[in-house]
Design a protein around this ligand. Structure first.
Ligand code: C2E
Ligand code: CA
Ligand code: CA
Length: 662
């Protein structure tokens, strides 16, 4: 553990001398760098050679040396022309490569070697002549610097080029000097000077290589990072198809193009019904596999279309509407084929954009709206958005866009519905139920906004606002010496994901001085099927802090009994659907009685909701159902109205809680 892989000695030596393997990117980087350098080199060489040719020709003309032309040609002109030709070829290639007119690297590679070889050869020849005339060997040195330092070579290659050319040059020089003087060759001073030159050139070559290499590696990393970032910015990481951001921007472009056949285009929104249950039953991995398979099927079904995954099990496609219903039906059948013990159904909502439509987000929302309209309609898998949905759709948009405003402007109100004890007939609690008093739409019941706020993950804002109002009502009542009874608050299962709702509750209760006994939390049965860990933890925290936790809508789902086994509750609210058949269905009474008996055994208080008739109340009272709630006593009403009902004597409030009211 903790052992970082260190490169072995062998690989470090190979790296140092430049015999290690480079990635393709680094190889290309070196090639490009060399091609760029060779532009400067060849340009200088061309200018130099042209100048040399002109100079020599002028001398020939001025000094009338025409008869020596063959000799001059052999000794000078031929070299000048060869170098000029090599430089020109190199330059032409480099320019073509940089301007992307050629990609053939083999030519560039050969030219680079040829050009380098010719340069050095030229340097040696000229300097030999110069030295013979008693001049310096500057041309040789310049050419060495040119080739070895302007171009980037792997150190071992640089070493070979440099060493062999130096050795060849100085050997030739040595022979020449020895021949001319008849004595020994180069002096010791020249030998030492040459060695120093060789060494410094070699060091420069290594430094140049390392600098270029590290730059190349850095660039490569950046490039990789960039391409990763740009890929994930347009791609859905799980399924590999496009993501919502890409879809929106491409769809927007398509909607703007005059050439797009909008009339025959359609937005399709897909949702896999029961995906959540599938995920829970088979686990994350299988759930993800299902999403990947679905994404591939959708992409195959709609080739040449814009296909994307928006979130979870939501996919959106922008395609041609011809044959689209048949395609959806086929697709649906294939998704159903993948189902196991959880039944799966692919739902699709379609929206055809209008001629002047430019906002893909709204189009997707409308398609989604159509899709949601057939949720739980098992016989249908396709719905087209139509005019009748528009008013409802507008309201939904309005809700999502206005929740913050509504909270800030006090449009969210708390209505209270009394909870009555069957033993005393007095109010022993109140349920806080949200209402939206909207300036445009009037008084909206929770049915108009709760589900929408949940869908758009905004519900916690509303629930926090209700907690705040209830706590304030408590403070006002206490400050004015009025009796207050415990209030139960409805928490959405999403509250536990979207915020630290327990902390929010504690904070507000402390701020307004509300003792925990005055606040109860209702959690609906259907909330308890997913995210069990998170909820269990939150429930434990609530109980620890002294809040009661109630189970709401008991019997409305399919996991009722399991829920009782797995979680601890103080009050169980029997769903009002049990009372719906009270008058005609003989099974109703024994069922309710059984539930009430069960709660007694589990030491939980039972509360039946939706009590509307005296007969129902009498029955519940006779079987010792502890508490009741319903229109028989009162509908949910604003606090002032409830107070009036109490003052008029229509309802009686229990005084049991006065001793703990601070
Ligand atoms: P719920 O928690 O089951 O609330 C009881 C609903 O039944 C209330 O509807 C109430 O007005 C209605 N009700 C009470 N007695 C009777 C009766 O005798 N007969 C009939 N037919 N209905 C009766 P409401 O106020 O429209 O609330 C509907 C649902 O909205 C609530 O169901 C609750 O799930 C949700 N909700 C309400 N307020 C909030 C809130 O502040 N936060 C959250 N997350 N959900 C809320
Ligand atoms: Ca409730
Ligand atoms: Ca309920």
């Amino acid at each position: 553990m903790g052992n970082i892989d260190r490169p072995s000695l062998r690989s470090r030596i190979l790296t140092a001398i430049g015999l290690d393997k480079h990635s393709e990117y680094v190889d290309n980087y070196f090639f490009d760098a060399n091609i760029k350098s060779s532009i400067y080199m060849s340009a200088i060489v061309i200018v130099l050679e042209v100048w040399m040719i002109i100079r020599l020709t002028r001398t020939v003309i001025v000094e009338r040396l025409e008869d020596q032309l063959p000799h001059l040609f052999e000794k000078y002109y031929s070299n000048y022309f060869i170098l000029l030709a090599a430089g020109t070829a190199m330059l032409i290639y480099a320019v073509m490569y940089i301007t992307k007119r050629t990609k053939i690297k083999g030519i560039g590679f050969t030219l680079k070697w040829l050009f380098s070889f010719i340069c050095i050869y030229f340097g040696i020849k000229v300097s030999m002549n110069d030295y013979a005339k008693g001049e310096q060997i500057l041309t040789f040195l310049t050419m060495e610097l040119f080739v070895v330092c302007l171009l980037t070579w792997r150190p071992v290659v640089g070493f070979l080029i440099l060493t062999s050319s130096y050795m060849y040059f100085f050997l030739q020089l040595d022979i020449m000097v020895a021949h001319n003087t008849g004595e020994q060759g180069l002096t010791l001073a020249t030998q030492i000077n040459s060695f120093t030159m060789w060494l410094s050139t070699m060091l420069f070559c290594i430094a140049n290589y390392n600098k270029t290499l590290s730059q190349a590696v850095k660039d490569e990393r950046l490039e990789k990072m960039n391409s990763h970032l740009s890929r994930i910015s347009v791609e859905d990481e799980l399924t590999g198809i496009h993501n919502m951001v890409y879809f929106r921007s491409e769809a927007e472009k398509l909607l703007k193009y005059v050439t797009t056949d909008k009339e025959n285009s359609v937005f399709l929104f897909f949702d896999i019904e029961n995906f959540k249950s599938y995920n829970e039953k088979y686990g994350f991995h299988e759930g993800n596999q299902l999403l990947i398979n679905t994404a591939n099927l959708i992409a195959d079904t709609f080739p040449n279309s814009l296909v994307s995954r928006f979130s979870d099990d939501h996919f959106v496609v922008l395609t041609h509407d011809e044959g689209c219903i048949e395609a959806v039906n086929k697709l649906s059948a294939r998704i159903t084929d993948m189902q196991r013990e959880v039944s799966l159904q692919l739902k699709c909502g379609a929206y055809k954009p209008t001629e002047d439509e430019t906002d893909p987000s709204l189009a997707c929302d409308r398609a989604r709206f159509a899709c949601n309209s057939i949720k739980k309609h098992y016989e249908t898998n396709f719905a087209s958005y139509d005019k009748s949905m528009e008013a409802h759709f507008q309201l939904k948009q309005y809700i999502v866009n206005s929740i913050d405003n509504a909270i800030a402007n006090d449009h969210i109100k708390v209505f209270y519905q009394p909870v009555v004890s069957t033993a005393t007939g007095e109010i022993v609690g109140l349920e806080a139920l949200a209402r939206w008093q909207d300036p445009r739409y009037g008084l909206l019941p929770p049915g108009a906004f709760i589900e929408i706020l949940e869908e758009y993950r905004q519900i916690h804002k509303l629930d926090i606002c209700i907690i705040d109002s209830v706590c304030r009502d408590y403070r006002d009542a206490t400050a004015n010496g009025r009796t207050f009874v415990p209030v139960s608050l409805n928490f959405s299962r999403l509250d536990f994901e979207l915020c630290d709702i327990v902390a929010e509750l504690k904070y507000r209760a402390e701020k307004y001085g509300v003792p925990p006994a005055f606040l109860d939390v209702e959690i609906t049965e259907s909330a308890l099927t997913d995210n069990q860990g998170l909820l269990k933890e939150a429930m434990a925290k609530l109980r620890e802090a002294g809040y009661s936790v109630w189970l709401d809508d008991f019997g409305s789902g399919y996991s009722s009994l399991n829920v009782l086994k797995d979680y601890q509750f103080d009050v169980l609210k029997i769903d009002m659907k049990f009372l719906s058949g009270f008058e005609n269905n003989p099974k109703t009474r024994p069922i309710i009685q059984n539930i009430v008996n069960l709660t007694k055994e589990l030491d939980i208080i039972s509360l039946t909701e939706g009590v509307e008739t005296r007969e129902q109340y009498d029955f519940l009272s006779s079987i010792n159902c502890g508490r009741v709630q319903g229109y028989l006593f009162s509908k949910p009403v604003p606090e002032e109205e409830l107070r009036k009902l109490v003052e008029e004597g229509k309802l009686k409030v229990s005084h049991d809680f006065e001793s703990i009211q601070k």
